[in-house]
Ligand binder design. Structure first.
Ligand SMILES: Nc1ncnc2c1ncn2[C@@H]1O[C@H](COP(=O)(O)OP(=O)(O)OP(=O)(O)O)[C@@H](O)[C@H]1O
Length: 237
């Protein structure tokens, strides 16, 4: 089966400095891929580069077999991405942000009904972004990643700022979308989601992959979470 995403020896610079180096990973369709790592280890930089928001300086990036490492526009076109909530234009209502990012609002609602319900999005649509709480903006950011139909979606720490009920419901919907074929890539700081929901992943340290997590390791983590946590914390130090 062709992977949804394959990155090989991928490197990304910020301000001329090497921030992400030689990362390799492969994400099959219908799977949830977790990226975990210390603060400042390069997770956001890696995800933004894959999503076409930053250039890739070296290495390969193939989306369903098509090489797009040197085509940021192509990556941004085919990969859904949740924008950072601190960059939302304050005066725009969430409805306007969603329409700027993708399909007409009714089409988005029809396509993403379960997700919108879990996000409680309908009640938020007419609120200007500048008047939203962080959690409300985070809900909109997740919806923005699904504003157009994409078979690969990247969410950077999607459960930050969400209340426990919203996080529970949204995780369940995301898991169903993955079962239906979505390749979902998320940066995470929470090990419960990592071993409870992800099929594979990587641990990053100082811009590099320090550990590759396969399905067996994550399944074992579900059965013995204390041991998984101590092994992972060792890899993260
Ligand atoms: N615009 C920039 N110019 C230079 N360095 C940057 C820039 N943005 C980020 N960095 C540096 O890149 C490194 C990786 O940052 P990044 O945001 O990718 O980390 P992260 O793993 O997502 O961290 P966190 O868990 O805190 O969100 C950090 O050392 C950071 O200071």
């Amino acid at each position: 089966m062709t992977a949804a995403l394959t990155i090989t020896d991928l490197s990304v610079n910020r301000s001329g400095q090497a921030i992400v180096q030689d990362v390799r990973a492969s994400v099959p369709p219908a799977s949830w891929f977790g990226v975990i790592g210390a603060n400042g280890s390069g997770k956001t930089t890696l995800l933004r580069a894959i999503a076409g928001r930053l250039p890739i300086v070296r290495g390969s990036c193939a989306v369903f077999g098509e090489e797009v490492a040197q085509d940021r526009g192509a990556r941004a076109q085919v990969i859904g991405f949740a924008p950072p909530i601190e960059h939302f234009p304050a005066s725009l209502r969430l409805r306007q942000l969603l329409e700027l990012a993708g399909d007409p609002i009714d089409a988005q609602h029809d396509r993403n009904g379960d997700l919108w319900d879990a996000l409680g999005l309908t009640e938020l649509l007419d609120i200007p972004a500048g008047e939203c709480s962080s959690g409300m903006r985070q809900r909109a950011a997740i919806a923005l990643a699904f504003a157009k139909p994409c078979r690969i979606v990247i969410l950077d720490e999607p459960f930050n700022w969400l209340d426990p009920v919203a996080a529970f419901d949204i995780r369940a919907v995301l898991s169903r979308l993955v079962a239906d074929g979505l390749a979902l890539i998320t940066a995470l700081h929470d090990l419960t989601t990592l071993c409870g929901f992800c099929d594979s992943g990587i641990v990053m340290a100082k811009g590099r992959v320090s550990l590759t997590l396969d399905t067996d390791m994550l399944r074992a983590g579900r059965n013995d979470s204390a041991r998984f946590e101590s092994d992972l914390v060792r890899a993260l130090r």
